[in-house]
Design a protein around this ligand. Structure first.
Ligand code: 8X3
Length: 245
């Protein structure tokens, strides 16, 4: 059994790679940073692991990697992320377009490329990494949340189309996950600001998401988990706010 994981060079993707490797999967791990991927492969003993540098915003490269991937039993669409937390009116358009390119277009192109072989073999599991931000709005979430809402609905619509094909689709929607580069990327490598996001609270760990993935892929093949939303106990929902004049 082979699993392909995007964004495997750190955080949730890396933890999922470790878990699936322990479960006996052959891995195709992708990301932009070759050294990080090689280090991960090395830590896992270099066995049953293929490293492939892939920029998830490069559609042509995605198609080429998918063509060369051979059989993929489990596709983990993990690559993505948020850029900034500015209000819509203060956001950079380039940040918005990059978030759409990574979270939406990259995931879509790769799924389109891998799906036919799964359907043909009547077997496969696609796990998309959405976010609670795809379900709940928050100030500054603008395009990031909208992109994750796409992931949510795309996952459910895939599930609708794939009924009877043997292919399973799950959307995992984590809340705050610490020990990842998520906030570092969101805040343009401002380490203090990134660390302060998780100050005084117990965030989820990448391993929590990886354990969930391990559970989902080992379920009997007739069971499809559609969506899982999970948060730290310390995280909650914002109230509606009102602007008074
Ligand atoms: C990010 C989840 O809660 O940090 O996908 O906005 S949260």
């Amino acid at each position: 059994m082979k699993a392909m994981i995007t964004g495997a060079s750190s955080g949730i993707g890396e933890a999922i790679a470790v878990t699936l490797h322990k479960l006996g999967y052959e891995l195709l791990i992708t990301g932009r940073r070759e050294q990080r991927l090689n280090d991960l492969a090395h830590r896992l003993g270099d066995e049953r692991i293929t490293v492939q540098v892939l920029d998830i915003t490069d559609s042509q490269a995605i198609k080429e990697v998918a063509d060369e991937a051979g059989v993929v039993d489990v596709l983990i669409n993990n690559a993505g992320g948020a850029l900034g937390l500015a209000s819509a009116q203060e956001s950079e358009l380039s940040d918005w377009l990059t978030m759409i390119a990574t979270n939406v277009t990259g995931l879509t192109v790769l799924t389109h490329a891998i799906l036919p072989q799964m359907v043909e073999r009547h077997q496969g599991t696609i796990i998309n990494l959405g976010s609670v931000a795809g379900e709940f709005p928050y100030p500054g979430g603008n395009v990031y949340g909208a992109a994750k809402a796409f992931v949510r609905q795309f996952s459910l619509n895939l599930k609708a189309d794939l009924a009877g094909t043997g292919v399973r689709v799950t959307n995992i929607e984590p809340g705050m996950v610490g020990d990842t580069e998520f906030s570092l990327v969101r805040f343009d490598n401002d380490a203090d600001r990134a660390a302060s996001v998780y100050d005084g609270m117990q965030a989820l760990k990448p391993e929590d998401i990886a354990n969930l993935v391990g559970y989902i892929v080992t379920l009997p093949s007739h069971v499809n988990i559609n969506t899982v939303s999970l948060m730290p106990v310390d995280q909650g929902f914002g109230a509606f706010n009102v602007s008074r004049h």
